[in-house]
Write a protein that binds this ligand. Structure first.
Ligand code: FES
Length: 356
């Protein structure tokens, strides 16, 4: 008699392994879930479950945390309003830091921490502590499952004692309602709207065009066909305190085209011997436009690929920019240097609020 065991007996000896093939050649049975579900440990009631005085203490702790959060939010607003921006404090071991930044960080941190701590303490001491297992549903639950979920949610609301613990409910709503105010008061730091400031740049009639790198005044013969040059208004120096502000509006690019290639009549009139001058600031969101393709006369913004046709009034032929690049009217002065004949006729860059 053979002492060989069947496939099921092999699996019960070592449930991680497939059973060996039996003598009849049948496929082995593979067990993919060999461990028994240990189930949940029995629920031990907490002190708050059996002693209402302990539950009251927890309630007061949660309410206190929400109240501290409200006070911290009010502290944030007061700090923002009263602490001067140029005041500094020494904080060990960080060193010297802005007093207002320190106060805003601390108060907002306390406000958010207390809301989180209150929620954790509430759930650990007062909400139901019983563990519940929920099996995964297939995507798109059946109606009775949805009804079950709603019932479970209702039960959770009852378990949390949200309806019963008025003190928690009131202070929680207070803390959650106040904390967004921190973000609202910070909007005050955005400063005033630019008004008409973007309508004017450092260009004006008679200002010479100066090479951006050499700072030498440009003559028409310095601009060759096929090249892209960048220019500044004469008198704008890198060490000026307002340099960044001014160059952000006045940056200019120059291209020389064959006059007969220029399709737009106004562009031709505002050019000089085929040299056209356009704002370098993209009308999408303000990146510097800088890639020139001399065969097509297209110039490309590297940020989001807006493409402008410099032979046709810098019309947008591709990409998200909403307007052509503004053109600067140019000519030459008595000494033969290129100069602006006016400021830009329209705001440079995106300037959403300035366009009709
Ligand atoms: S900034 Fe030029 S395409 Fe977006």
């Amino acid at each position: 008699m053979s002492s060989e065991t069947g496939p099921h007996e092999n699996v019960s000896d070592d449930k991680n392994l497939p059973s060996a093939q039996d003598a009849s050649g049948a496929e082995p049975e593979v067990h993919t879930n060999p461990f028994a579900d240990p189930g949940l440990a029995p629920h031990d009631p907490r002190i708050q479950d059996i002693d209402e005085r302990a539950a009251k203490r927890s309630e007061r702790t949660v309410a206190m945390l929400f109240t501290v959060s409200m006070l911290a939010t009010l502290g944030f607003i007061v700090a923002y309003a009263v602490i001067p921006v140029d005041e500094y404090v020494y904080i060990f071991p960080i060193g010297r830091i802005s007093a207002v930044n320190f106060a805003l960080g601390m108060t907002l941190g306390v406000a958010l921490f207390c809301i989180g701590a209150a929620a954790v303490h509430w759930s650990r001491t007062l909400m139901s502590g019983a563990e519940i297992v929920q099996d995964r549903y297939p995507i798109g639950a059946a109606d009775e499952d949805k009804a079950g979920a709603l019932a479970a949610f209702g039960e959770g609301v009852r378990d949390s004692q949200f309806g019963r613990r008025k003190l928690i409910r009131t202070t929680m709503f207070g803390a959650l309602a106040l904390v967004p105010l921190s973000g609202v008061v910070l909007l005050g730091s955005l400063g005033p709207a630019p008004g008409t400031k973007l309508r004017h740049t450092a260009w004006a009639r008679g200002k010479r065009l100066v090479n951006e790198n050499t700072h030498e005044a440009l003559r028409p013969e310095d601009i060759t066909i096929g090249s892209l040059s960048f220019a500044l208004p004469e008198g704008l120096e890198h060490d000026d305190h307002s340099f960044q502000k001014e160059i952000a509006k006045a940056a200019l690019m120059l291209v020389r085209l064959e006059p007969e290639d220029i399709k737009d009549q106004q562009e031709l009139e505002w050019s000089y011997q085929g040299i056209v001058a356009y704002s370098k600031i993209c009308t999408h969101v303000g990146c510097p436009v800088s890639l020139y393709e001399q065969q097509t006369h297209h110039v490309l913004c590297p940020c989001h690929q807006s493409t402008f046709d410099l032979a046709d009034g810098a019309r947008v032929i591709f990409g998200p920019a909403g307007h052509p690049l503004p053109q600067l009217r140019i000519g030459v002065d008595d000494e033969g240097y290129l100069m602006a004949l006016d400021d830009f006729a329209e705001p440079v860059g995106p300037s959403f609020w300035e366009r009709g």
